[in-house]
Design a protein around this ligand. Structure first.
Ligand code: SF4
Length: 629
């Protein structure tokens, strides 16, 4: 399948456009595993999918692929709607390379006007960048770039479609930096229409390895397809043939789970079982119910009363799943991590920490997973104010918790986030290297912890490889999330339903899910559309491109390639290593009837950690058997 590739070398300010037509390359990840050398990863890939630029809904995301500084393994992250604007440059894949070390940073500006592609490199010194960040971090950088280039993305009085990817201060100092982008309409930012490619620190990779802190892109290129996919009549015809119904009706039905937005629907679905107080599942059921009621009254109700509905920028999606309240967009996962899981229960407090994370350009899920752990360390008296470099007033006892405590924890988190983003203290710098590295360093400095407790006991993460690779799991208290998190952990590449499985079933069903989730990453689809997409996308491929592709097999093979890639990096999945993560599995098994064939409750009672490791090994084996078999 032919792709237009733009190769950028920001260090030498060179670019080259070429056509790529390699067998087996239909999507971004296919090409990324081919061009990135795991032993010398000197490039990363940003790209859009085969249907980008069309009016087919859910196809216009942007995928970022490379070796994650956080997991130290192959990783992909994506952001909604941003691929549509890349299609306006006529470019499918953006290959970012670096040949030499440089001082300062660069912003490539990619523009296509009337079939003429141009690339300019805008230099920013580190001092200038830090000045820009002062007011509103990554949003100030976006504003600076729009002011500098907005008028250049005009033809006469007409604004071209454009978008800006940018990183914040957290991408310069930590391994958790996100890539942030806000929708632009007619030369102006749409307030709070922000999207993030957050997971895996791909913003840190872009800034620290390739010295790129932003990419400005857009134009008026119209992609051509063998079938006219800008014609709603033609698309409706395809949907009528495949689903016996019109496109909007099919897509609305398939995405109805997300109509309320992820925040409200997920809090409702998980009820009092949702993660709170650093994944504490030893909270009594009475306290859990009381705490959940606090959340309903002080977070969910006020949020739902005053909500604005937005799309991610996807031009033709009938399900505007982004929910903005009081000028802040809140999604379930970062809001849980930085909210109740960090002891913050009041809407305006959650909004403040979520906004702070975004301003600093740090993945809110990773950050909230970390703030929860730090608050627990402080509550347990393991850290003093001197080491923290800040006032250590927190309240993290679920039994005594009242609403006044929300503000205390929020203020603590705001200061901690600022310190992490700017590397203000030695302690904050340790956190910036990732929670697994921080635990190891703190346990070493404190010679095995404090008062018999190790720092790592209270951390919750998926370990990758033997060193410091790790990532915060998705915010679901289910074994799939942490036992078989998938070839790309920290995402939904697993079974995260509240179903009780013996490990072999869990491994198999999670591998099946991983294959389909990888197809959405590779072809750059919105996973919220998976109910129609997974059913008929092969037929759409055939109708549009005349290609017969077995997408299930294609992506099973692709996962195999990623496993081999990670093996060469020695970044393979590791058994759970902290008390908190092992406890999460134990308590889940004890509270649920996990399988009939074997009595896992008895196994855990007798074997403790050994039973958890056996569950992990058996689920991992079954996962790998399905992918590699
Ligand atoms: S469902 Fe939401 S994230 Fe997906 S394409 Fe539509 S608006 Fe974007």
């Amino acid at each position: 399948m032919e792709k237009t590739l733009l190769e950028l070398d920001a260090s030498e300010k060179r670019f080259e456009v070429r056509t790529v037509d390699e067998e087996g390359v239909i999507g971004v990840v296919d090409y990324a595993v081919r061009v990135i050398d795991p032993l010398r990863p000197d490039c990363m890939l940003i790209g859009t999918g085969p249907f980008a630029g069309s009016k087919l809904p859910g196809v216009n995301r942007l995928t970022v692929a490379g070796v994650s500084p956080l997991t130290e393994a192959f990783h992909v992250s994506s952001v909604g709607g941003a691929g549509y604007f890349l299609s306006k440059t006529g470019v499918d894949f953006l290959l970012i390379k670096r040949r030499v070390e440089v001082d300062g940073f660069v912003v490539p500006v990619i523009k296509n006007v009337d079939d003429s592609l141009s690339v300019e490199f805008y230099d920013i010194s580190e001092d200038e960048l830090m000045d820009i960040y002062q007011e509103k971090g990554v949003f100030s950088l976006q504003a600076h770039l729009l002011e500098r280039y907005g008028d250049e993305f005009k033809v006469g009085d007409e604004h071209l479609l454009m978008r800006i990817l940018a990183v914040g201060p957290g991408a310069l100092t930590t391994k958790m930096g996100a890539i942030v982008t806000t929708l632009i309409r007619k030369g102006k930012f749409l307030p709070n229409a922000d999207g993030l490619a957050g997971r895996g620190g791909m913003g840190s990779l872009l800034a620290q390895t390739f010295r790129i802190v932003g990419i400005v892109y857009g134009g008026n290129y119209e992609r051509k397809f063998p079938v006219d996919l800008s014609d709603k009549g033609a698309l409706n015809g395809i949907f009528q043939r495949l689903f016996n119904d019109g496109m909007v009706a099919v897509v609305k039905d398939a995405t109805k789970k997300y109509k309320k937005g992820t925040l409200l629907s997920n809090y409702e679905n998980s009820g009092s079982d949702l993660p709170m107080f650093n994944f504490n599942y030893r909270i009594s059921s009475e306290d859990r119910e009381r705490l959940y009621k606090l959340l309903v009254d002080n977070l969910l109700k006020p949020f739902s009363e005053n909500v604005v509905h937005r799309t991610c920028g996807e031009p033709n999606c009938p399900t505007p799943c982004k929910k903005v309240n009081d000028k802040v967009k809140l999604d379930y996962e970062p809001t849980n991590a930085l909210g109740p899981n960090s002891g913050i229960f009041v809407l305006e407090d959650v909004q403040k920490v979520a906004k702070k994370a975004d301003i600093c350009g740090i993945d809110g899920i990773e950050l909230g997973n970390m703030t929860a752990t730090v608050i627990e360390w402080v509550q347990r008296g393991m850290l003093g104010e001197e080491e923290l470099g800040m006032n250590a007033t927190v309240s993290f006892d679920p039994h005594r918790y009242t609403l006044d405590d929300s503000k205390k924890n929020m203020q603590f988190c705001l200061k901690l986030i600022e310190d992490i983003a700017y590397g203000n203290t030695e302690f904050a710098k340790r956190l910036g290297r990732g929670i697994r590295a921080a635990c190891k360093e703190l346990d070493r400095v404190h010679e095995g912890g404090r008062d018999g407790a190790k720092f790592c006991d209270f951390a919750y993460y998926t370990p990758v490889g033997r060193e410091n690779g790790c990532i915060a799991p998705i915010r679901y208290r289910v074994p799939g999330a942490i036992v078989v998190p998938g070839v790309v952990p920290g995402k939904f590449h697993t079974d995260y339903s509240y179903t009780e499985y013996i490990p072999e079933e869990l491994g198999k069903i999670s591998a099946e899910r991983s294959i389909w989730e990888m197809s959405a990453e590779n072809l750059v689809f919105c996973r919220f559309h998976r109910k129609w997409y997974e059913k008929e996308i092969e037929s759409v491929f055939k109708e549009v491109f005349g290609m017969n592709v077995n997408l299930y097999e294609h992506h099973r093979k692709l996962l195999r390639k990623i496993i081999e890639f990670n093996e060469r990096l020695k970044a393979t999945p590791m058994p759970l290593e902290t008390r908190l993560s092992k406890d999460a599995i134990k308590t889940y098994i004890m509270e649920h009837n996990v399988g009939d064939a074997e009595n896992w409750i008895e196994k855990v009672e007798r074997g403790g950690d050994r039973a958890v490791e056996e569950y992990w090994k058996r689920a991992q084996k079954s996962f790998n058997d399905l992918i590699t078999g």
